[in-house]
Design a protein around this ligand. Structure first.
Ligand code: ZN
Length: 412
């Protein structure tokens, strides 16, 4: 699938720091330790509606990871999928009497526009589920042969399910107990009560064709893939097992990331799927999580249409820590716009105080589990000082501009 256009990332002086990130599986902030090429997979959208600020917060989080690894000299192999076939897409298409293919293409195109406007560095590979069906089928067929998957005991629709216990360490990613897993599985698209499964927590790999549903011919019989195996196959086939980071919103901790990992690990007989599982918090509005089902969404495209500067959207979302669930408010945006104006004013000065320490502090804070609130405060301190006393370093304003562009993606 076509990705979106990239932006230049300035190189900045000083000493980069290794990136430390919170890992859900171990519950600890640990150093990432990529090789020459850092390998990152971030779960993409299901394109049935426009990009809202919850999505933006997630993709901006991993944009920071991308930028910090680049700053540290790594080449970044970033893969993101598009779930362009799944229940929510089909349901929306039926509701709106739309063609699911057209709906998916339209919303994916809008997503690319939103990501471009937000200056998110594009993934190297942007991969659709539909175009990946042959490789997903191959993985499912291997899981069946390995005894990690089976057909539901159902004469009408012998769908293929994953034996969740196949790896012997199911649950290590989320660390949830079985009761919590069952609850979340039921709430988030799982089918615990489906007849013919061996265990309620076994997850769908291949759904046999139903009348009036899209399906693809394959050695498994005509049908379509489940969501978790999609990401599992796309990630491992491009990045290999044990890649550096699997990312997404915190609502993907379970079931999605647990199963994506388990599928790949059952097939490989080895672990881990990813060396870090990193999750971004949810963005709320009026005290509630922003979600399609609640209808309380703030769309990136709406903000763009209203003429909101995407740099201000970045600063508003970075004012809180990425792991915290936080609220989107008008005040947050107003504060971000004022901060952006101050930074721009300072960056436009003919000279300023030395920015070396500020760059070091930006790196320190950001590589410490993406501590954006402290990073913004460090940049504020330089801008305030520059505006108060100017200083004599004529290179400083330009370096400041490059540093916040390179490390925060904020264009002054
Ligand atoms: Zn995924």
């Amino acid at each position: 699938m076509q990705t979106w256009s990239s932006v230049d990332v300035p190189t900045i002086p000083g000493t980069p720091r290794p990136l430390r990130l919170h890992d859900t599986a171990t519950g600890q902030v640990r150093p990432t330790s990529p090789g020459e090429t850092a390998r990152m997979y971030v779960c993409g959208i299901t394109p049935y509606d426009a990009t809202h600020l919850g999505h933006a917060a997630t993709y901006l989080t991993f944009d920071l990871v991308n930028r910090l690894w680049r700053d540290a000299g790594h080449d970044v192999h970033y893969v993101q999928n598009v779930t362009d076939i799944d229940e929510p897409l089909l349901e929306r298409a039926i509701r709106d009497q739309d063609d699911w293919i057209v709906l998916g293409m339209r919303e994916t195109a809008l997503f690319r526009e939103d990501m471009t406007a937000l200056r998110v560095l594009p993934p190297r590979e942007f991969v659709g589920a539909v175009e990946s069906i042959p490789e997903i089928v191959e993985v499912i067929a291997k899981l069946v042969v390995a005894g990690a998957a089976y057909r539901a005991d159902d004469s009408e629709y012998p769908d293929i399910y994953f034996d969740h216990a196949a790896t012997g360490h199911f649950g290590y990613e989320s660390n949830y107990d079985e009761e919590t897993m069952r609850k979340l599985f039921a709430e988030r698209g799982g089918d615990p009560d489906r007849a013919g499964k061996r265990h309620p927590l076994d997850a769908l790999l291949w759904r046999m064709a139903r009348p009036d549903e899209p399906s693809w011919e394959s050695e498994l019989g005509a049908g379509r893939p489940g969501w978790h195996i999609e990401c599992s196959a796309i990630a491992v086939n491009r990045l290999g097992l044990g890649f550096d980071l699997q990312g997404g919103g915190s609502d993907l901790v379970f079931p999605h990331h647990e199963y994506s990992a388990a599928h790949a690990e059952a097939l490989a007989g080895d672990r881990p799927f990813a060396r870090h599982y990193v999750h971004a918090g949810m963005i709320g509005l009026d005290g509630e999580k922003m979600s399609k089902s609640r209808g309380n969404l703030v769309f990136v495209s709406r903000l763009r249409a209203d003429g909101v500067d995407s740099a201000a959207v970045r600063l508003a979302l970075f004012a809180g820590h990425y792991r915290a669930d936080r609220a989107w408010t008008d005040d947050l945006l107003t504060t971000a716009e004022a901060r952006l104006a101050r930074w721009r004013e300072a960056a436009a000065l003919a000279a300023g105080p030395s920015v070396d320490d500020t760059i070091a502090r930006l790196r320190d804070h950001l590589t410490n589990d993406l501590d954006t609130p402290k990073a913004l405060a460090a940049a504020d301190a330089w801008a305030d000082e520059a505006l108060k006393r100017q200083g004599t370093d004529s290179a400083a304003p330009g370096l400041f501009r490059d540093a916040v562009d390179a490390l925060l993606g904020v264009l002054l």
